[in-house]
Write a protein that binds this ligand. Structure first.
Ligand SMILES: C[S@@+](CC[C@H](N)C(=O)[O-])C[C@H]1O[C@@H](n2cnc3c(N)ncnc32)[C@H](O)[C@@H]1O
Length: 268
């Protein structure tokens, strides 16, 4: 087993923070060893300094992309934290229906991982808005190209679909032996893109709702503050920011988002 030294871990920590804003805690040292062992062996590299110097300097390389995927956590499933979807159907979508006059709904799943969250959103929007009138766009972004690749394929095992109501499974998936494939019509409503949340936001239009769930837990307070301010700037007035149920932004400075319910905030 090739173990990362304290010095190497500090270099890597700084690198990850500068690149993608994630603050690696010291207890993650052993996680690095287990996640990167197979790469070092495959590449015939004998220590992390070599790996860092040889493989991570070119940000356009496959090695760099592989590193970003391995260092991030992608755990997710369909219908996760379903209270948010309930709130969306009962309060947010009716607000959109009565106030959005140009019939153009814009929702962002920021940190969408392998796609379960944006697809669940699409099922709800599809059931709620009349097809011919409403233009429903879901932007789904993540830093990991590998996660986005899986997301855009839209093929899942039964396990990650366990919580999804049966009506959605029957309506929006095609069963293929052991796997379930998201219907093409639903796929067409989602735009999957690589996007680093540390970068400046340059979207043409503002969003009605931003989901950024279970992403900010990996960032420190300063990074969260900057990010929440950027989200606020890119929400329409009255727009919602939804974060993970174990997260909170009430203690963060620099924003005016109003707490509506735990983990649901509104730009007032
Ligand atoms: C645990 S998943 C959350 C998935 C989904 N939102 C949910 O709640 O089930 C966290 C995702 O955030 C992404 N992520 C982490 N840092 C990021 C950054 N700086 N920019 C964009 N995405 C990032 C990771 O790649 C990962 O897919």
């Amino acid at each position: 087993m090739i173990e990362i030294t304290n010095e190497e871990f500090n270099v890597l920590k700084k690198f990850v923070y500068n690149e993608i804003g994630i603050s690696l805690k010291d207890c993650k040292k052993s996680m690095i060893d287990s996640r990167f062992q197979s790469i070092l062996l495959r590449e015939n590299i004998s220590n992390y300094t070599e790996y860092f110097n040889q493989k991570l300097q070119n940000k356009k390389s496959k090695d760099y992309e592989e590193f970003i995927h391995k260092i991030t956590t992608h755990h997710t499933f369909f219908y996760r934290e379903d209270k948010h979807y309930e709130y969306m159907v009962n309060s947010i979508l009716p607000w959109i229906k009565t106030t959005v006059k140009d019939y153009d709904v814009r929702i962002w799943s920021a940190g969408c991982s392998t796609g379960e969250e944006p697809y669940t959103l699409a099922f709800y929007l599809n059931g709620y808005f009349e097809k011919k009138i409403w233009d429903k766009k879901i932007l789904a972004t993540d830093i990991s190209l590998e996660a986005l690749d899986k997301a855009s394929k839209g093929v899942y095992f039964k396990k990650s679909l366990e919580r999804l109501p049966n009506e959605y499974l029957e309506k929006y998936f095609n069963k293929e032996i052991n796997e379930y494939k998201v219907d093409r019509k639903i796929k067409n409503e989602i735009i999957f893109r690589k996007f680093n949340l540390m970068d400046d936001f340059k979207f043409k239009k503002k969003f009605h709702v931003i989901f950024c769930r279970n992403v900010m837990i990996y960032f420190n307070q300063k990074t969260r503050e900057k990010l929440v301010k950027k989200f606020e700037n890119y929400l329409v007035d009255g727009g919602y920011l939804i974060i993970g149920v174990t997260e909170s932004i009430t203690n963060l400075d620099g924003h005016n988002m109003k707490l509506i319910k735990p983990s649901i905030y509104r730009k007032i």
